[in-house]
Design a protein around this ligand. Structure first.
Ligand code: PMP
Length: 298
């Protein structure tokens, strides 16, 4: 039996453990009614929570962006995630940490939401099949642009993924597995749940953080690349450049580092995961096991 940890108005703001099928979010929770909330997806490797500090820092910034105070301390949330991982016996898996505005009334105004709802899920993660890590993932360039940062800062990880979901549906309709979204000026932004890297010679070219989520995996990969002696060039990138590079790969907590083999059905590089992508993936996996980067479950 898997459990979830939940704190909301009904638990009087204290974490309570529920069997995962027994708890239900209130229909009046503004997370459900309006996607009003913030979240993090975090990996657990080898009994340790990877980059937990970075994820919690980002969660706090996201909450501040939407004008919501996280109802726990970072230490309390760290301990809560660790205890749930132990309870669910997940030593390699995934944690979803969500904080919504909480239970209110039907109006948009968050004023009636007196207490945020916090819930934590720790479970196994369904990766892409191994074949994609070796052969790459087919993706498309979506016709749906990112919501401009003036409307919604992409660096806040808010529970509002409808345009990403529409871009993903477009990808699936076209037989692909991910979609690159452009910014409203037509430069590359990011995929629906991952950041994008282009490899040309010994340089990695990446979109600036102006119109993307500054991914924690992206940051880890930038560090790895520098140690490998690669240059990292953060700049505006036109979609046409995708077809002029040696390799393209995506980074994200769920996907880790995954090569792209086709974009809009056109072959990228050799059409398989390239040597730089594979080396970065190997180094990333080693980094996930370095205790310096993580918080213990035990
Ligand atoms: N962009 C978007 C839109 C995402 O949802 C994610 C996944 N959180 C990422 C990028 C990658 O970020 P991270 O490496 O922190 O998981």
């Amino acid at each position: 039996m898997k459990y979830v940890l939940v704190s909301d108005l009904r638990t009087k703001g204290k974490f309570r453990l529920f069997p995962s099928t027994a708890y239900s979010i209130s229909p009046l929770d503004h997370g459900i009614l309006y996607g009003d909330g913030v979240f993090e997806g975090i990996r657990i490797y080898n009994g340790r929570i990877f980059k937990l500090k970075e994820h919690l820092n980002r969660l706090w910034k996201s909450a501040a962006y939407i004008g919501m105070k996280v109802p726990f301390s970072k230490e309390q949330l760290s301990k809560a995630v660790a205890s749930l991982a132990r309870k669910n016996k997940i030593f390699n898996g995934y944690c979803r940490l969500v904080i919504t505005r909480g239970i209110g009334d039907l109006g948009i105004s968050p004023r009636k939401c007196s207490m945020p709802t916090t819930f934590i899920i720790v479970d196994q993660i369904m990766l892409y099949p191994q074949e994609y890590y070796e052969n790459g993932l087919p993706i498309i360039i979506s016709s749906i642009p990112k919501i401009p940062r003036e409307c919604l800062n992409p660096n806040a990880k808010v529970c509002h993924y409808e345009s990403n979901i529409r871009a993903m549906q477009e990808a699936l309709r076209k037989g692909a597995r991910e979609a690159i979204m452009l910014d409203t000026k037509g430069f590359l932004a990011e995929c629906t749940g991952d950041n994008i890297f282009l490899v040309k010679g010994k340089t990695l070219h990446i979109p600036t953080t102006r119109n993307i989520l500054a991914g924690i995996t992206r940051e880890t990969v930038i560090g790895i690349a520098k140690r490998m002696g690669l240059k990292v060039n953060e700049r505006d990138i036109k979609p046409a450049e995708l077809f002029m590079v040696d390799e393209v790969f995506l980074t994200g907590t769920g996907a880790e580092i995954i090569a792209v083999n086709k974009i809009n059905s056109r072959k990228i590089g050799s059409g398989k995961a390239g040597p730089i992508t594979l080396k970065i993936l190997r180094m990333f996996r080693a980094e996930t096991l370095n205790p310096k980067n993580s918080y213990p479950i035990q």
